[in-house]
Design a protein around this ligand. Structure first.
Ligand SMILES: [Zn+2]
Length: 184
């Protein structure tokens, strides 16, 4: 039987960070959830598929890409899928996760993922050529692009630096006039 991977280290570092932040908030709100499964092996994915427990075959699930995970509740030291998913789901969504409850094909309360708007076909192709690491490279490129683009739209337009530079320009014009007058 394929082992169930529940380590957050099997998730992309950004997804991992967001998950850890979310778990902290869940705990604060007394919603005791834990990670049931993160990255899933192709073997396990296909087995779940054959059991009708998922719509995705190996390579079609964000679990293989290290971008999805399933949570469960902890009650009296036991794992259960019965609990306040409404609260947990809203905490997770606040941290940027897509919630499986709203998936049209296979809704699941316990499933959360973050795919950074990367098309499924791109992730699938990357996974086939280089496994989850290739998928993570796509995510890294996307994150890098987003980080640089957020700096672009308003380059210091309302900052004080801009006022200084306008003053500088005015001063330069003024000083040229003064120099001209002196030369006369
Ligand atoms: Zn899942």
């Amino acid at each position: 039987m394929a082992q169930i991977e529940d380590s957050v280290n099997a998730l992309h570092p950004y997804v991992r960070e967001k998950l850890l932040q979310s778990l902290k908030e869940c705990k604060k709100q007394k919603k005791f959830v834990s990670v049931f499964e993160t990255k899933r092996s192709a073997e396990r994915q296909n087995r779940l598929y054959s059991q009708g427990k998922t719509k995705a075959k190996a390579g079609d699930s964000n679990h293989q890409f290290g971008l999805a995970f399933d949570l469960c509740f902890e009650k009296n030291g036991k794992r259960t899928w019965e609990g306040d998913w409404n609260s947990v789901g809203s905490i997770m969504m606040k941290h940027g996760f897509a919630w499986g409850r709203f998936f049209s094909s296979f809704p699941e309360d316990c499933h959360f993922e973050m795919t950074f708007d990367i098309p499924k076909a791109s992730l699938r192709n990357a996974w086939r050529s280089g496994g989850h690491i290739a998928c993570w490279k796509l995510v890294d490129a996307k994150l890098k692009k987003e980080r640089t683009s957020t700096r672009l739209p308003f380059p210091k337009s309302h900052s004080e630096e801009n006022h200084v530079s306008i003053t500088d320009i005015l001063w330069k014009i003024l000083s040229k006039i003064i120099v001209k007058k002196i030369k006369k």
